[in-house]
Design a protein around this ligand. Structure first.
Ligand SMILES: *Cc1c(COP(=O)(O)O)cnc(C)c1O
Length: 382
């Protein structure tokens, strides 16, 4: 008996998310607040469901987004689930200039050069973060510029609530840059702390947390590891897999030796072959780079992808599948059987790219965390 095929789904295990939050907190020695990074729709998992779970179940009161629009979406739509105080939201990419909206909603931009800060002060100033570059050469001002802001821009030192730095090599545990940058964070932080008495300090993203760098920082910024990925490629770090990406079998078909599969016939059968056509393609997040590479988990085994991934469909080889496959069966693209980071390597990219690439038409299904007593507000964030 076959069941009708369903649309592709991304199942998000909110219990696993909570366990990862606890594990990352433990990795900081329990002394740093773990601030969820929920940019890009929480890496595709769904910003509201993720923020709501971490706010309510884990007491997170501090979040990071990339853009002001994301902060707005979190703070305005999130009002439904903020039981008490709204969380503090920092915007990594700085201020978009819409002062009226910023004042209404109350997020804090992270300012990355003295011009940003000058504009901010000219618009009325107020609580903000600043980012200081320690080797990434992306956003972030020099240490000297950071020290000169009160004179150069007339920034009120008490308005600086956060001093953020960012590791350039945290995905590579063997890179000497990690220790060097942690050292820079410490020494420049000591000096800036005197100038900006209200500032909290933050260095680490997921990779930095797992490396145990800079235990003195008050805030760590956790994205990928929270969502079940291994930022440094090392498996078994005490983190649980959070997402399962699945697509249904729309059709099973047999082809003869010598027949080809898909656009431009990029794969040709060398034996009689049984194929399953899955109802998801590159528009859903099965990257086109996986054409004729990689595999899905179906029929109790790995089934290789054959031919080009198309927009809405992908074809897999089930000839050797251990158990029979029928229409409506679910194939796992990644999840418990196939590791997200492995799929990423096969696609020549990183798992961050896969998660954020899950298409908007893919239904997100949330598996709820078992009910636990709520921690007091602010125990995980602030
Ligand atoms: C995205 C981002 C993070 C989160 O990184 P993960 O590796 O996903 O934990 C932290 N800090 C900055 C500046 C970021 O851009």
């Amino acid at each position: 008996m076959s069941s009708p095929p369903a649309s592709p789904t991304l199942t998000v295990d909110l219990g696993a998310l909570g366990r990862n939050y606890d594990e990352l907190k433990r990795r900081t020695g329990g002394t740093s607040a773990v601030a969820p990074v929920v940019k890009a729709n929480a890496y595709g998992l769904g910003m509201h469901a993720i923020a709501r779970t971490l706010y309510r179940e884990k007491g997170a009161r501090l979040f990071f987004t990339a853009t002001c629009r994301e902060a707005l979406a979190l703070l305005v739509d999130g009002q439904r689930f903020f039981d008490d105080a709204p969380p503090r939201v920092y915007v990594l990419n700085g201020f978009d200039g819409d002062r009226a909206l910023q004042e209404k909603v109350g997020y804090l931009p992270i300012l990355s050069d003295w011009q940003d800060v000058g504009d901010w002060v000219a618009g009325g100033g107020g609580p903000c973060g600043i980012s200081v570059d320690i080797g990434m050469n992306r956003l972030g001002m020099s240490f000297q510029d950071a020290g000169g802001l009160p004179q150069d821009t007339r920034l009120n030192p008490d308005d600086v609530q956060l001093i953020m730095m960012h590791l350039s090599h945290s995905g590579d545990p063997t890179a000497p840059e990690n220790e060097l940058q942690a050292e820079k964070f410490f020494t420049s932080g000591m000096m800036l702390a005197r100038l900006y008495p209200k500032a909290q300090f933050s260095l680490s993203n997921s990779g930095g947390i797992l490396l145990g760098l800079a235990p003195e920082q008050q805030i760590v910024r956790a994205g990928y590891a929270l969502y079940g990925g291994a930022p440094n490629g090392l498996p078994g770090q005490g983190l649980d897999q959070v997402t399962t990406f699945e697509a249904s079998v729309l059709q099973v078909r047999d082809i003869g030796s010598g027949e080809s599969v898909g656009y431009n016939g990029t794969w040709r059968a060398e034996r009689p072959t049984r194929l399953a056509v899955l109802g998801a393609g590159y528009a859903d997040g099965i990257q086109r780079a996986l054409s004729n590479r990689g595999a899905v988990w179906l029929g109790g085994g790995l089934c290789p992808i054959r031919g080009a991934v198309s927009m809405d469909l992908v074809t897999v080889d089930i000839t050797d599948a251990p158990s029979p496959v029928t229409r409506g069966d679910k194939a796992e693209i990644w999840g418990a059987q196939i590791d997200l980071d492995l799929v990423a390597r096969q696609a020549g990219t990183i798992g961050y790219d896969l998660l954020t690439g899950v298409g908007s038409r893919v239904e997100r299904i949330y598996r709820l965390a078992p009910q636990a007593p709520r921690p007091p507000a602010g125990s995980g964030g602030q």
